[in-house]
Design a protein around this ligand. Sequence first.
Ligand code: SF4
Ligand code: SF4
Length: 378
Amino acid sequence: MQYRRFGKTEMNLSVLTLGLMRYMSKDPEQSAAVVRRAVSSGINHLETARGYGESEELLGHALKRIDRKKVFITTKVGVCKTYDDFMKHFETSMSKMGIDVLDNLDVHGINNEDKFRMAMDENGTMKACRRLLDSGAVRHIGFSTHGKTDLLLKTVNTEFFESINLHYYWFYQAHAPAVARAAELDMGVLIISPNEKGGMLFKPSEVLTRLSAPFHPMNLNKRWLLSDPRIHTLSLGPAVADELDAHMAVADDARPLTEQEKAALDRWDRTIREKLGADFCTQCGRCLPCPEFIDIPEILRLRNVAVGLGMNDYGSFRYNLLDGSNDWFHGWPGSHCTKCGECLPRCPEKLDIPCLLFDAHRRLKTGIGRRLWQRLVR
Ligand code: SF4
Ligand code: SF4
């Protein structure tokens, strides 16, 4: 297992983090077994959240049988309107986990301007964060986000947070400027769910599998991330202990990408571009904003990988989450396009955006999606 300095926090974290989101409805013994296996494999960072159902409680149960000094714990508490609310949630987290001092607290879900304002409110969430740091109950404060790049940069540039917990994968590189800025500010960088949200790579399409050979797509994505020294740790969410084994191959590999790995990634890129031809969306983002609150680049990204690499299951998994009403996955489905034409002159590729959005909807809309915690708790 490699360990990396988590930016200015100075915590020396394993490059793999055990993400405990999927523990919510699992029995305590099974959860404890996963934690024990992870720790015995060298993973020293355990990550959960107040909003993950019973996850913190299950972690508390597991912690009774491992050496607390051997692990760093992160929990995440959602942005609150008031100081009292944030403190109440934090205290609940600590009591569920049964710990007195938290290594790292992430302000959870700075996803849009409203949440940003609430997070930075010196009479609310920010006051609570400062108080927790001053009291020693929390050693470090970072943030997690499902927001757009501008918001990430704005949050990073406050220079209050010591780390960032974000989506960034080979198949989703839009946040590259935020990763670069975080590195300039010496922040810790944790990548959320590279296997699932990064492409459902544990269940790759036939095309992706063929193009990746002799590598597994899941490992190629992780290698691409970990070959970048600005990335410190990747969050994995195994439901059972045996699932951890599949990820260990990359845990010791600190080399830059090999020529063979680069060639495989190049095959992904070339195949997408060739298959899409004149319909390829470069993800430049110039088409925005859309008056109907449609995230055009994101929908066309999902179309790119579905058409280009047969990643329809992944495309549908993400597309089905679009309902415009929450800040965890932005915008309405492509079917909401009114064909107003505002975006068209802004697209340097001259794409027929409405036509591609309706096509994406036909290909990818297979039901109503729910985020993982919703699937587990309902
Ligand atoms: S044509 Fe459709 S996607 Fe483009 S700006 Fe109008 S509503 Fe939005
Ligand atoms: S402007 Fe065109 S190429 Fe750029 S993200 Fe929008 S649709 Fe894609």
